[in-house]
Ligand binder design. Structure first.
Ligand code: GLU
Length: 457
């Protein structure tokens, strides 16, 4: 990547290379984890050149090793009465600045590599929010697609029966991610309450608003991504007005990224799911997408039945063939590869805002940076979700609830701050405008300083 290529063989560069080799050796065959570690470590080399005491304190060796990894059996009974077994994970990565915090992902692709990459990124993302939250992640290879409500409930109850032993409002606070929304959080909260015989509102975030959830949490990741991009555009004399926007995915992040982009005057022409994408040249009808996805839990190809002027195409990755000014990848990891990135650039894309976690490969990021595309990396651009989770924890602790407008205003302020902190760090460490380097460094420093203050632990 550009960051890597620009390095000379400084002490910092040698140090990160050495630690990266250990990570690969100790975690073989975990390509997603290696990718996330590589991006962050190589961005940090300038920090170690400038401040060698982080090396002397072994901060990097410690930060790449999770504090604790829990892997467990999740048995449940399906609607046919058959016993099913899934694997559950909770990786408690770093608690230097607060309790472990991060979502739970239910998706058949989940394995140790996926949860580790997500947990590792979460450390730096959470630090960037300015909120007192450490980093963790969890989930299961359970596939919620096509499951009945009863199956989802029984799975969530079984999952929580083990997870409950390892979490708590001051220890580890899970939330949602792919495949986990308000419904699943509700079932898991119910089971936790029953096991503990106590109403610990702050043990999970993303709760339904009726029992401790925060207003704006549902919208937070998508809105936050657009607020981040809005600030990045503004800083470069641009805005969303009349821009053509492509948003991948059609889940929670995607829906609210589309909503906010539309509110800011953009025309969103496409969205997708894992089977394919919809292109609506008149602009996506968000009410239809919300009903299909949030209420009816249907596939996105149903959209064209109601909007015959729109087209549906099989193969979600081809969504990046659509010319756009702004691309918001909000689906999943590695959804933009080098080829897709080059096509976006050829079609004149001006800005990218990563709503998903690690949606661009390292090669794709290089293409964007080398071509001067404004690039908002995931751990900065999608930090709004977890930021509002931290606000949910604050409201739970104080037993109060803020209005939608109050939370939205705080979210906006947090995203603007993340942009400027990342930009400032990119300048201070010699890569002006490279927000990958800037956000990684800004997120790292706060955690590293806390780790040093707390001694070798
Ligand atoms: N899963 C979200 C993320 O990737 C949110 C986590 C949370 O709210 O704790 O940041």
């Amino acid at each position: 990547m550009m960051v890597v290529n620009s390095l000379t063989e400084t002490q910092g560069a040698q140090y990160v290379q050495h630690v990266f080799e250990t990570v690969k050796k100790r975690n073989p065959n975990e390509s997603e984890f290696h990718q996330a570690v590589k991006e962050i470590l190589f961005s940090l080399a300038p920090v170690f050149d400038k401040h060698p005491h982080y090396m002397e304190q072994g901060v990097l060796e410690r930060i790449v090793e999770p504090e604790r990894q829990i892997i467990f059996r999740v048995p449940w009974v399906d609607d046919q009465g058959k016993v099913q077994v899934n694997r559950g994970f909770r990786i408690q990565f770093n608690s230097a600045i607060g309790p472990y915090k991060g979502g739970l992902r239910f998706h058949p692709s989940v394995n140790a590599s996926i949860i580790k990459f997500l947990g590792f990124e979460q450390i730096f993302k959470n630090s960037l929010t300015g909120q007192p939250i450490g980093g963790g992640k969890g989930g299961s290879d359970f596939d919620p697609k096509g499951k009945s409500d009863g199956e989802i409930m029984r799975f969530c109850q079984s999952f929580m029966t083990e997870l409950a032993k390892h979490i708590g409002p001051d220890t580890d606070v899970p939330a949602g991610d792919i495949g986990v929304g308000g419904r699943e959080i509700g079932y898991m909260f119910g089971q936790y309450k029953r096991l503990q015989n106590a109403f610990h509102a702050g043990v999970l975030t993303g709760k339904p608003v009726g029992f401790g959830g925060s207003l704006t949490r549902t919208e937070a990741t998508g809105y936050g991504t657009v607020y981040f991009v809005q600030e990045m555009l503004k800083d470069n004399g641009l805005d969303f007005q009349d821009k053509t926007v492509v948003v991948s995915g059609s889940g929670n992040v995607s829906i609210y990224a589309m909503e906010k982009a539309m509110q800011l005057g953009a025309k969103v022409v496409a969205c997708s799911d894992s089977n394919g994408y919809v292109y609506d040249k008149n602009g996506i009808n968000l009410d239809t997408v919300k009903r299909l996805k949030e209420v009816e839990r249907k596939r996105i190809n149903e959209y064209v039945k109601e909007h015959p002027e729109a087209d549906y195409f099989e193969g979600c990755e081809n969504i990046w063939l659509i010319p756009c000014d702004i691309a918001l990848p909000c689906a999943t990891q590695n959804e933009i590869d080098e080829t897709s990135a080059k096509i976006l650039v050829t079609n004149g894309v001006k800005a990218i805002g990563e709503g998903a976690n690690m949606p661009s490969t390292l090669e794709a990021i290089d293409v964007f940076l080398e071509n001067g595309v404004l690039f908002g990396p995931a751990k900065a651009a999608n930090a709004g979700g977890v930021a509002v989770s931290a606000l949910e924890m604050a409201q739970n602790s104080a037993r109060i609830s803020w209005t939608f407008e109050e939370v939205d205003a705080k979210l906006h302020e947090i995203m603007v701050n993340i942009y400027h902190n990342s930009k400032n760090a990119s300048e201070e460490y010699g890569h002006p405008g490279n927000l990958v380097v800037g956000s990684n460094i800004a997120g790292f420093l706060k955690v590293a300083n806390a780790m040093i203050s707390q001694g070798i632990i």
